[in-house]
Write a protein of this length. Structure first.
Length: 143
């Protein structure tokens, strides 16, 4: 009798683990689908509202003020939508770019300053950034 009870308990544990793995797989698949959809939308908006900077500076070029505001609003709307649908743990990464000419160290610094221009725009619109992680990521990525 004891071995039968132990076996039944083991079967219940295995069933629970299988159900848990199945649920995790379904969640991962749904999260991946949402990420693809969100990234596609943000890439499209980013391309439509791409801004440039005055050469060698972190000052937006003429006409980019409205574009940066529109892109910031789009990012914030996506974040709010994700939160309202119960998603958490997502990350938004802001990066700045330069051309490849000039001093690498200066370009790295300029990339960081340009990324901060967009972060400041997001903050002005109510964003609560996790700047240490974003800045560190950008520092490593721009190296």
């Amino acid at each position: 009798m004891f071995s039968t009870l132990a076996y039944a308990g083991l079967a219940d544990d295995l069933k629970a683990k299988a159900e848990s793995k199945s649920k995790e797989a379904a969640t991962a698949k749904a999260n991946k689908e949402i990420a693809i959809k969100v990234n596609k939308k943000l890439l499209t908006e980013g391309r439509k509202n791409q801004c440039s900077f005055k050469s060698g500076t972190d000052e937006l070029a003429k006409g980019c003020g409205k574009k940066s505001k529109k892109l910031a609003n789009q990012i914030i709307d996506v974040k709010k939508t994700l939160q309202s649908q119960g998603y958490s743990g997502f990350k938004f990464i802001v990066s700045g770019h330069t051309d490849s000419s000039g001093d690498a160290a200066k370009n790295k610094d300029l990339s960081m300053r340009r990324a901060q221009v967009m972060v400041k725009e997001l903050v002005r619109r109510g964003w609560t950034p996790t700047t240490s992680r974003q800045s560190e990521w950008v520092r490593k990525k721009c190296s």
